[in-house]
Design a protein around this ligand. Structure first.
Ligand SMILES: [Zn+2]
Length: 285
């Protein structure tokens, strides 16, 4: 006897259409923060975004304001431990299953948490970079973030205040007087710096070659499937626009409305932790 997988309330026809889209093959995944919320990484653009006290670091503040940069690193030092403790969820594993079944042409993520890769996905394009490495704004050296963390521990043996929450870019909420007591270290390659996490901040441009590589993936795709992004920033939205312009079908799975809804051929308004295991069970089981 075959046992039907549990129904996803209110998404029957939409989920069937999404399954049809993905089963055609060469689906290109574009994922956002909503995919990682079940891993304990808050989606600051999502439903609770307006309640957050801490606005994301901008590139302008980071590069022009040494004190702001110092405070960023202090918060990031604390948030990093929580970030490293995050584990992939059923959504990440669902994407990896679909990829393993040969149904995906690629995975582009706007997330910087590395959880797609930890969940088993391969060849993930990190549109906004990754928190697992740093880049020196002085000499361009790219280095391992875990190694930096060890150096920061040595420089800050007693800096470990309670973490109230972290943001998707890995920094924590702490009072300024605590942040100012943090000791930052320099770049090992040039002896100066400043160091920056190798992620694209708000107000910063995604490197052109990375954008072009993503456009190429879109143009070769059978469909574009957006997972957990409200597509608020043009950084990801432009790929939806390109797909729609080329007549490549677009599917969007997200809780709540997205900027791309008018361009979507299939729209599923349901949690990724439910939809992706269901898709994987149907198509990659
Ligand atoms: Zn350097």
């Amino acid at each position: 006897m075959t046992v039907a997988p549990p129904a996803v309330p209110g998404t029957g026809a939409a989920l069937d259409a999404l399954a049809d889209l993905v089963s055609d093959g060469d689906a290109l995944v574009l994922s956002g923060a909503g995919l990682s919320t079940d891993s304990g990484i808050p989606d600051y653009r999502g439903a609770t975004g307006s309640l957050r006290r801490h606005t994301p670091m901008t590139y302008q503040t980071f590069t022009r304001d040494p004190r702001g940069r110092h405070r960023y690193w202090a918060r990031s030092f604390v948030g990093w431990r929580q970030m490293r403790a995050a584990r992939p969820n059923d959504g990440h594993r669902g994407v990896a299953s679909l990829q393993g079944a040969g149904l995906l042409s690629g995975v582009i993520t706007q997330n910087v948490d590395g959880l797609h890769q930890a969940g088993g996905a391969r060849d993930v394009v990190e549109l906004h970079g990754g928190l697992d490495r740093t880049v020196c704004l002085g000499c361009g050296d790219v280095a391992d973030r875990a190694a930096l963390d060890e150096r920061l521990h040595e420089a800050n043996p007693h800096f470990g205040p309670r973490v109230e929450e972290i943001n998707p870019d890995g920094d924590a909420e702490l009072p300024d007087e605590v942040l100012d007591g943090f000791v930052m270290v320099d770049c090992l390659a040039c002896g100066a710096g400043p160091l920056k996490p190798d992620v694209v901040f708000f107000g910063e441009t995604v490197p052109r070659d990375r954008v072009d590589a993503c456009f190429a993936l879109v143009e070769e795709a059978g469909s574009l499937v957006v997972l957990g992004s409200s597509l608020t920033v043009m950084s990801g939205y432009r790929f939806v626009l390109r797909a729609a312009k080329l007549g490549i079908p677009v599917g969007i799975v997200n809780v709540g409305p997205t900027r791309g809804d008018a361009k979507a051929d299939v729209r599923v308004d349901a949690p990724l932790g439910v939809v992706l295991p269901e898709l994987a069970a149907r198509l990659a089981g």
